[in-house]
Ligand binder design. Structure first.
Ligand code: C2E
Ligand code: MG
Ligand code: MG
Ligand code: MG
Length: 279
């Protein structure tokens, strides 16, 4: 903003930039207040086994139920939460909610005992101290087996092969949780980290799934990822499946699990209960 306004060194007095900063401070304050006032809710999206469409897990996806603007998706506030550091308490809250929700389902539906909960983690949460303790505490407070919790990490985080990252991943694995690489294929294509880190699941990004039934290239790319998973003994899950053509093609390529609007959209906990009951 400073450059655009003429690039002078006293751009700090640029009124447009001042307005930006004010807007950001205002948004940060609103986010903090939303967390304090309980305006965030966790939605859950089913994860199915492609061959049977049987529910095997759910992914926790945060929403902001804004008093005036209604339900707001994470793309509209996660970047700001990451920039301001609020993602650390927000992410901890999502993790606690998700673990408790899984515990409630396990208590109410015997068929839910082998369903797993998947929670997204931001790189910021990894850099902050206390992540491993927070995860251990959330599991213990809910009373769920650690093996029923999966943490979704991004390739960018895994690429940052610092001592702290390596240690945090090893400590999480030692707790017994599973690790998934989210949005696989969209980051830097340095695959070394897959061998180096204790990852269990690759989530094939929607951008490969979109064309899997119509574009030869996308099908080959998806197949390559599935084969990579098989070679490294990792499970593969395709994200953003919207059609039966995509689903059957992915299944034919050897992908085991799927998630997408074809099966179910993310929904409030109550709506997932019908699926657990009918399981
Ligand atoms: P993600 O983890 O890759 O989650 C998948 C996103 O794809 C979700 O968007 C989901 O609603 C959407 N999706 C699933 N199936 C389909 C489909 O068939 N078609 C289409 N068009 N979309 C589909 P959502 O819920 O808006 O979340 C966006 C991103 O926000 C997530 O991407 C994740 O990176 C982030 N996010 C969500 N909740 C959290 C959280 O609690 N913590 C952190 N750090 N990030 C979160
Ligand atoms: Mg995810
Ligand atoms: Mg994803
Ligand atoms: Mg994503």
């Amino acid at each position: 903003a400073a450059k655009a306004a003429g690039g002078n060194r006293y751009a700090i007095f640029d009124p447009a930039m001042h307005a930006d900063l004010l807007a950001e401070a205002q948004q940060r304050y609103e986010l903090e207040r939303a967390l304090a006032e309980g305006q965030f809710v966790v939605y859950y999206q089913p994860i199915v086994e492609l061959s049977s469409t049987r529910l095997v897990g759910v992914e926790a996806l945060v929403r902001w139920d804004h008093p005036e603007r209604g339900v707001i998706g994470p793309d509209a506030f996660i970047p700001l939460a990451e920039a301001t550091g609020l993602i650390v308490p927000l992410g901890r809250w999502v993790l606690e909610q998700a673990c408790r929700q899984l515990a409630r389902w396990r208590a109410a539906y015997p068929s839910a005992t082998d369903v797993y909960m998947s929670v997204n983690l931001s790189a910021r949460q990894f850099q902050a101290p206390g992540l491993v303790e927070d995860v251990a505490a959330a599991i213990a407070a809910a009373g769920i087996p650690a093996g029923r919790l999966t943490l979704e990490l991004t390739e960018t985080l895994l690429m940052r092969d610092t001592v702290a990252t390596v240690e945090a991943l090893a400590a999480l694995k030692a707790l017994g949780v599973k690790l998934a690489v989210d949005d696989f294929g969209t980051g830097y294509s340095a695959l070394g980290y897959l061998r180096q880190f204790p990852v269990d699941i690759i989530k094939i990004d929607k951008s490969f799934v979109d064309g899997v039934a119509t574009s030869h290239e996308d099908a080959v790319l998806a197949q390559t990822i599935v084969q990579l998973g098989r070679t490294l003994n990792l499970q593969t899950l395709a994200e953003g499946i919207e059609s039966t053509d995509q689903s059957s093609q992915l299944e034919a390529l050897g992908c085991t699990y799927g998630q997408g609007y074809l099966f179910a959209r993310p929904a409030a906990a109550q709506q997932i209960e019908g699926l657990l009951r009918g399981r």
